[in-house]
Design a binder for this molecule. Structure first.
Ligand code: DGL
Length: 270
């Protein structure tokens, strides 16, 4: 069995790390579309085409189930892929729903009608394309009522992270948090709605203050996948080997990935 994990670049490695810890016996094939990152400033059509191409490549690796470890692709392309493109014997899942299920205190896969939940003011930090899609608000409205969401498009942060410029990324995060707090001074919860942002989680938490609960996706996605594979074992594909594929330059992507995850990662050309 093998499961595919896709991101526009390096951010999905935060999810991959949690997946390998939670499911140590499952081989994962990671695909980073580094040549086309960042996706957050692209059009929905463009994101759809790139995400479909990457997903097909992962299917070719024997991964019948592909996790879009990318909020931008999950927000801008996933619904269209599921409704018009994914054949019945394959599955493509996103990273939004597990996060919203955790925020609204639901069991994994609980699709019962929306109800009142404890949290009332939620700050969402995500890429411009994710914020523009309003997919987070749409998925939340299926599960909860009376929650006020203030979204901040965090332009520049993914670029700075992909380029390894931590100082710039930190400065941008602080200014995006300030901008959001001017519109919503006291959020109870903050969502890091981009898989690159856990790499900056400390800065988000500091800028938001200790009283704000910061939700990041990696562990939630891992728990939800473990549950999914128990319910739907038929989607564990035929692949047997873990590997890292990139559309970018394998040597430089490997270096940055090794730096981010603080363990040796070797990418090969996709
Ligand atoms: N890490 C991705 C996300 O979760 C992609 C960001 C980008 O490529 O702009 O949104």
């Amino acid at each position: 069995m093998a499961v595919g994990v896709f991101d526009s670049g390096l951010g999905g490695l935060t999810v991959l790390d949690a997946l390998t810890k939670r499911l140590p016996d499952v081989p994962f094939v990671y695909f980073g579309d580094n040549a086309h990152a960042p996706y957050g400033v692209r059009t929905a059509d463009d994101i759809f085409a790139l995400t479909c191409a990457a997903t097909e490549r992962l299917w070719a690796e024997g991964c019948d189930l592909v996790i879009l470890a990318c909020n931008t692709a999950s927000a801008a392309a996933l619904k269209r892929m599921q409704e018009t493109w994914v054949p019945p014997e394959k599955r493509v899942l996103g990273v939004f729903v597990p996060l919203i299920e955790a925020l609204t205190e639901r069991q994994w896969g609980d699709n019962t009608p929306p109800r009142e939940v404890a949290v009332k003011h939620v700050a969402l930090f995500a890429t411009p394309a994710t914020v523009a899609s309003r997919a987070f608000q749409r998925e939340l409205a299926f599960r909860a009522i009376g929650v006020d969401v203030e979204a901040q498009p965090c332009g520049g942060v993914v670029d700075a992270i992909e380029q390894g410029d931590e100082i710039l990324a930190e400065a941008l995060v602080r200014s995006h948090v300030e901008a959001l707090k001017r519109r919503m001074p006291n959020p109870e919860a903050a969502i890091l709605g981009c898989t690159h942002y856990p790499l900056m989680e400390k800065t988000f938490q500091e800028a938001l203050g200790a009283g704000v609960k910061v939700y990041s996706q990696a562990n939630l996605v891992a728990e939800s996948l473990a549950d999914y594979l128990t319910r739907r074992p038929e989607f564990a594909g035929a692949g047997t080997k873990s590997k890292f594929l990139t559309t970018g330059d394998p040597a430089s992507v490997s270096n940055k990935a090794t730096q981010f995850l603080r363990r040796k990662i070797t990418f090969e050309a996709a």
